[in-house]
Design a protein around this ligand. Structure first.
Ligand SMILES: CC(C)(COP(=O)(O)OP(=O)(O)OC[C@H]1O[C@@H](n2cnc3c(N)ncnc32)[C@H](O)[C@@H]1OP(=O)(O)O)[C@@H](O)C(=O)NCCC(=O)NCCS
Length: 160
């Protein structure tokens, strides 16, 4: 295991903190991103998000980096661009807590609704969002790269 990723104990739900993402976090984030996704974001995607002033967050739990998320605010709308929980810490409630944090941040910026796109095949993401009252409002054909051709995105919306 890489030195930057050491420190997250099994007790994931202890000492949880959501802190603004910094450029110094990107080495650790990229290691997680490449483990989590078959088609990960590049370093440039993250640096562009930070440069653009998007609301970017890291979740720390039990002393280590447990996840990260980015939302883009456009007037009264928030767009969830990335939410990721370290693989071995998934399904312990952190994604739900992160989403709650992001919704509170978005409301604080005056957003009244949140949008997102999720891969049609992303079972965990779709289950999380459906449970969190996001509703499907559309489908973008061939939006994502896939292993056997392009893959559709499900577009979802939630009123904040
Ligand atoms: C999606 C993700 C952020 C959810 O985070 P998490 O910490 O695992 O989510 P939670 O533990 O809060 O789970 C909340 C609910 O989501 C659903 N869910 C989460 N993971 C699931 C899975 N693998 N299969 C089915 N349902 C799942 C369940 O309803 C779950 O509630 P339950 O455990 O009480 O049944 C996380 O799985 C992840 O990082 N996935 C890879 C990256 C990704 O796909 N991000 C979304 C891109 S749009």
């Amino acid at each position: 295991m890489s030195a930057v990723l050491k420190g997250v104990a099994q007790s994931a739900l202890q000492n949880i903190a959501f802190v603004p993402m910094q450029a110094e976090d990107l080495d650790a984030i990229l290691i997680l991103e490449e483990r989590i996704y078959a088609f990960p974001w590049s370093r440039g995607n993250f640096t562009d998000s930070l440069s653009a002033g998007y609301s970017a967050w890291v979740c720390h739990a039990a002393g280590g980096m447990a996840g990260y998320a980015i939302i883009m605010m456009v007037v009264d709308e928030a767009h969830l661009l990335n939410i990721s929980i370290r693989s071995e810490l998934q399904r312990q409630g952190l994604g739900t807590m992160f989403l709650e944090h992001l919704c509170a941040v978005a409301r604080g910026h005056g957003a009244v609704r949140m949008f997102l796109e999720v891969r049609a095949s992303n079972r965990s993401g779709r289950a999380l969002y459906a449970r969190y009252s996001f509703a499907q409002i559309g489908r973008r054909r061939g939006y994502y790269a896939g292993h056997s051709g392009r893959e559709d995105a499900i577009v979802m919306k939630m009123e904040l």
